[in-house]
Write a new protein. Structure first.
Length: 171
């Protein structure tokens, strides 16, 4: 059975550049999935902020400096991963603006953006609405399932997804 990384890669290949949202309870494997996606992405790869537990042994992934680097320098077809996007956006208006500009501009620029959050309901709806692919793991909070039901009517079933499993949906 293909794992979530395979499913996301395949969906991205079919629908082209876009935003990938990864939502699941703490410890469900979001960081691991983002890391695996970055490692296997066929184009250029970049991650935002190593402070968020994203450490890569290969050293082939560059980290973007929010204040310095311009993501538009990434070649078309690339992937930018943002772990714990809700925490990043809560840091301040500059960070929030950076993320919103990125998700709005990335697709026309030919760049994909994958972001994760433990609590989807902590993510601005306009950000979640940009997602064309979602990888959904176990969601334990009812409020989060209700939030997701705007995009995924079967969100209630996410309460019982098995450990480290993700359901990958296209929007
Ligand atoms: N598919 C998997 N199979 C086995 N172990 C896994 C898998 N995915 C993640 N793990 C392990 O489970 C633990 C939690 O994974 P990870 O850090 O990716 O979760 P997370 O969703 O990012 O958690 P948090 O919300 O706390 O950041 C790690 O020790 C990781 O190695
Ligand atoms: Mg994590």
């Amino acid at each position: 059975m293909p794992d979530a990384t395979d499913l996301v890669l395949e969906a991205s290949r079919v629908i082209g550049p876009g935003v990938i949202a990864v939502f699941a309870r703490p410890g469900a494997g979001k960081t691991t999935l983002l890391r695996s996606l970055l490692l296997r992405w066929p184009g250029s790869r970049a991650a935002v902020d190593p402070e968020y537990q994203m450490q890569y042994s290969t050293g082939r992934i560059c980290y973007l400096d929010l204040l310095g680097d311009d993501w538009r320098d990434l070649p078309r077809g690339g992937l930018i991963a943002i772990d714990e996007v809700d925490r990043l956006m809560a840091r301040g208006p500059k960070e929030a603006r950076w993320v919103l500009d990125l998700v709005n501009m990335a697709r026309p620029w030919g760049i994909s953006v994958a972001f994760s959050a433990r609590r989807p309901s902590a993510v601005r709806r306009d950000l979640t609405a940009c997602a064309r692919i979602m990888a959904l793991g176990q969601i334990t909070e009812r409020l989060d399932r209700e939030y997701l039901s705007a995009w995924y009517p079967e969100a209630e079933t996410l309460r019982s997804i098995k450990e480290f499993r993700f359901r990958v949906i296209r929007l």
